[in-house]
Design a protein around this ligand. Sequence first.
Ligand SMILES: *Cc1c(COP(=O)(O)O)cnc(C)c1O
Length: 468
Amino acid sequence: MSQIEYPPGVAAYVARGAAMSAAEAAQRATMRTKKFDTIAVHGLYNMEAALANQGSIIEPAYLSTSQHFENSDHMEAALAYLMPSWTYARIANPTQHYLEETVALLEGYGYPGEVSATVTGSGMAAVFMATNPFLSQDPANWAGSGAHPANIVVSAKCYGGTFMLFSQRYAAERGIEVRWVRNGLDLDEWAAQIDDGTRFLFGEMPSNPTLGVFDIAAVAALAHAHGLPLIVDSTVATPALLRPLEQGADIVVQSLSKTMGSSGMAIAGALIARHNIPSRVGPGALRENFALYVKLLPLRDHGPGLTPFSSLMLLNDIRTLRSKIDELSENTLRVATFLQTHPRVEAVNYPGLPTSPGHAIAQRDMWLVDGDADGKPVNRYGHLLSFTVAGGVTAARTVFDRLQLIWRATDLGRIKSVATIPAISTHQQQGDTGRTLAQVPGNLIRLSVGGEHYADVIDDLDQALATI
Ligand SMILES: *Cc1c(COP(=O)(O)O)cnc(C)c1O
């Protein structure tokens, strides 16, 4: 961009843009000194911004598709990305911007370096935009030897949509090798799959629907030793319980549709990245600020932007994230404990149970941010669990069909309790082999515990289990 000659009038806008960026950086620095709840409530929206918006104390929803410019110099400076602007809502928008800044501050909480975020039209769009740039076949952007085929190393315990994106869109359609890690807790299994064709490592922590756990710090160290980024989907944990960037991950993916947006009124996603990530692929801008690079280039070209209205819904949901997750986690531990002792339940997957194989790592890594009301550190393990029903698929379907309070839906993270049978819903299309790989049996029920009184949720499960 710097080689192009701009008319002198453009320089004035570039200078104005620099002042705007500096003011925003100062506000970001101020907010970084605040506690998690304060950031969640305010984000980057301050009194000065409110006064420029008729005094509105809530971030306004800018539903306009595009921005009007003062003159051609202003337009040129903006469209050349020489000053902060939003130009066209496929790329950026002020309401979306406030959501991005809030999400970046929350995922970056406790991480000393710079963090940026880009929001997307769904969680799947975020998984796609966080991974696709590393699959470049452009030799100009590839530092590998080419001795091995392009491949990605992925924990097999992952969301069905992610499984399909990787196995169908990337592997079957484009010839990218997907190397599944069956036991995410086994570091040797991760290490054995990496070679000079590897583009990134990817894992969910904890995973949907089996609540698998892996050691983010150890896998990040392994990735970094090979000059590779680690991408973590932490939709189920949210930054209220786990911040992968603080633990060494490079990029975090969130389905904002789920727990972050607990009211269930918007489909959305986010990718959040620390600056200066390792990568064997891509131009320098990709490494320097991955989230911004994605926003300005690949996301602009692929087009999976988020609507301003959904952005506002999510800002509203996120304000109370920490206290909600605290309450949902406490409810879920009680429900998990009930299920574990029930004679019709074979096994319960919940990292908060001491019997869970991932418990030690979950206990080390999953803490309610800023502790309890007195600031005392407390472990919390989230709102999602799954359990297998004794008597197989038919019994599981009977229990599921008898639920009267818990909704039957392919959804999670809601303030309302929701259950699904993954084998016939979220993990249906990956087939038997794929489900065996991801360890999703047919009699598994996934339960996202909501904000109802836990005793009522337990009663509903109890009456449903009593029928088999
Ligand atoms: C739902 C989900 C996604 C996809 O999010 P959408 O917003 O539904 O596109 C990705 N990862 C995990 C862990 C999920 O649960």
